[in-house]
Ligand binder design. Structure first.
Ligand code: ADP
Ligand code: MG
Length: 581
């Protein structure tokens, strides 16, 4: 035990009963055996946002297996494991003042736990205790000089991990060597399966036995297995993938192209689509969606009336407005259902989406389809909207973008679907031939060589959008973007509404998006396009890790890495966005 430790403890004891502002002096670095405690930021008063502390252990002391913590992807999974285990350790210590951050069902890159070449580090928030505006020094000493170092030792010292020999596959309390190894391996297997979808011509995969429905509308936990019908693939779409770990997975492959999911109401259509939506992220064991794997760029597209749009080329869908507005660069502060869905779609493609996920429940009908009688009554030149049913094939042939679509209410998409899957009491069947027979279409009619797909002029011609140099500089020079829960980001004086961004997971990921917006503000110079800026931010994140996105050199706060699609989605909803020209 070093002298610094007694310093911190005795300082805190001396501060007991004094006014809160005096706590500032405990900022600094303290050693407790193998654990280094960093007190990076001390809250100004008991009601301010919590103080920031870090604990760090060197690799030589931690002895965490190198083979599980060397590769970048493994470090993400191992940090995810340690975050979950860390919450269990805190629960056992019964120390509520220390906040490590609670992850959801996904295995994601976060700042809560850092694994680097030198060691392991946990970033915590702590509410330093007070009575009124007086420091509770003895309690603060317990938290910072007893429980915090004990937390770090239990979490990071491999020698102290619980590993009863009978623990494998059982309920070994975390952290355990087996738990860590299994977690890292599951993540590797999921990443490998995702990377192999492309070569198999697939944009999605749902493993047999998967549990897709969730416990409730506001819970991401799996429905209890006695209630849920486990997924089974139709034989025609079944694939088996042998992974290099020796693990082999069998399930339904969703091929590139246009796939339509049909079936009666309540038969599980939206549940499948939502599982694919979340299949862009790896999931923890026991989630039920471990083997639901999507194209990592897959993006949900919905109608979102009322949103702002800045300079989108939506002319593939909307043209000849009675107002004469040019829809090749369309802006509005209050988009309609169809316009907002068109904007969401072209923006998703701009952000790199190669697969679109669309549910009739959240679509504008006039954006999706127009029936024969309506086409007869209203001549094409009087109807500004070219419905999605007329664009879904050019989207594939011109842009290489696949679509998975839920449509229980209309047969309109049978003619343009490569595959039709019918759900019957949650069980999928392949019904492509029946659907094609009903509308007199054959698979060859849909092949790119048939000619019917390729109009004289391409439908999608969007030019790159280039934000101005000041596009993301609202007013002050200080930190301007801040997540307010998972639904909103405050940006300067504006609020960005995130509620319709289905693949944005939680507050911590919204905080990641907010940091990304601040980073983008530095990139935009009036020449760099949106797409280039998004690529730049991804390159930086890949090279430097998530810490690189913040200006901080110590405690970055709790952030989760967002996809570029979600960063773009937030940016596109910013009402102050300005473009060149
Ligand atoms: P649809 O979109 O076809 O109307 P949903 O996907 O909304 O149907 O599902 C309707 C209900 O059935 C939801 O409450 C959902 O949780 C439940 N459900 C969906 N899939 C399953 C399943 N595999 N097993 C049990 N319940 C399910
Ligand atoms: Mg539905």
């Amino acid at each position: 035990m070093s002298s610094r430790q007694s310093n911190l403890a005795s300082t805190l004891h001396t501060l007991d009963g004094r006014s809160y502002g005096n706590l500032k002096q405990i900022r600094g670095r303290y050693t407790f055996g193998p654990v280094t405690v960093f007190i990076d930021r001390v809250q100004a008063d008991p009601f301010a946002s919590p103080s920031k502390v870090r604990v760090r252990v060197d690799r030589a002391d931690a002895k965490v297996p190198l083979e599980l913590t060397t590769e970048r992807a493994d470090r993400i999974a191992a940090a995810d494991y340690l975050l979950r285990a860390g919450n269990e350790v805190l629960a056992k210590l019964d120390q509520r003042a220390l906040i490590l951050g609670r992850p959801g069902q996904e295995i994601l890159e976060r700042t809560n736990i850092l694994i680097d070449d030198a060691g392991l580090e946990a970033r915590l928030l702590v509410n330093l205790p007070a009575r009124g505006r007086r420091i509770l020094g003895h309690q603060a000493a317990d938290i910072l000089t007893r429980d915090l170092p004990e937390f770090a030792e239990r979490l990071f010292l491999f020698d102290r991990w619980s590993d009863a020999p009978a623990g494998r596959g059982g309920n070994t309390p975390a952290p355990s060597a087996h738990g860590l190894a299994d977690h890292v391996q599951l993540h590797r297997d999921q990443l490998e399966l995702r990377s192999r979808l492309g070569e198999a011509g697939l944009i999605g995969f749902i493993g047999n036995g998967a549990i897709l429905p969730r416990k409730s509308g506001d819970s991401d936990l799996p429905m209890t297995s006695s209630d849920a019908v486990a997924f089974t693939s139709p034989p025609e779409l079944e694939h088996t993938v042998d992974l290099s770990s020796g693990h082999s997975v069998t399930g339904m492959g969703i091929p590139r192209g246009v796939t339509v999911i049909v079936g009666g109401g309540y038969h599980g259509k939206s549940t499948i689509l939502r599982a694919l939506e979340r299949g862009v992220y790896p999931h923890i064991a026991g989630d039920g969606r471990e083997w639901v794997i999507s194209d990592p760029t897959a993006t949900s597209i919905r109608a979102e009336d009322g949103r702002a749009v800045t300079g989108d080329d939506i002319s593939a869908f909307i043209n000849n407005l009675p107002s004469g507005t040019d829809t090749r660069s369309f802006s509005t502060t209050n988009a309609s259902g169809s316009t907002s869905q068109a904007a969401n779609l072209v923006e998703a493609i701009e952000a790199g989406a190669r697969t679109l996920l669309i549910d009739e429940d959240t679509s504008a009908t006039n954006f999706m389809i127009r029936d024969e009688r309506m086409r007869a009554l209203i001549p094409a030149e009087r109807e500004p909207i070219t419905p999605f049913v007329d664009r879904v094939r050019p989207l594939l042939t011109e842009q290489g973008v696949s679509t998975v679509l839920v449509a229980g209410g209309s047969s309109a998409f049978f003619e343009v679907a490569d595959h039709v899957i019918a759900l019957d009491a949650y069980v999928p069947r392949e019904v492509t031939n029946q659907a094609h027979d009903l509308v007199g279409v054959t698979a060859t009619d849909l092949s790119p060589d048939s000619g019917s797909d390729s109009p004289a002029a391409p439908a999608f011609t969007a030019a790159p959008r280039v934000p101005t140099a000041k596009a993301l500089r609202p007013s002050s020079k200080t930190k301007t973007a801040r997540a307010k829960g998972s639904d909103r980001i405050q940006f300067g004086r504006e609020f960005i509404d995130l509620i319709a961004i289905a693949q944005l997971i939680d507050t911590q990921q919204a905080a990641g998006v907010a940091e990304a917006l601040e980073y983008l503000a530095e990139i935009f110079d009036g020449r760099t396009s949106l797409t280039e800026a998004l690529a730049e931010i991804e390159d930086m994140l890949d090279a430097e890790g998530l810490d690189g996105i913040t200006g901080h050199r110590d405690h970055p706060g709790h952030l989760t890495r967002p996809r570029r699609q979600e960063i773009a989605a937030a940016l596109n909803r910013y009402r102050g966005l300005n473009l060149e020209r």
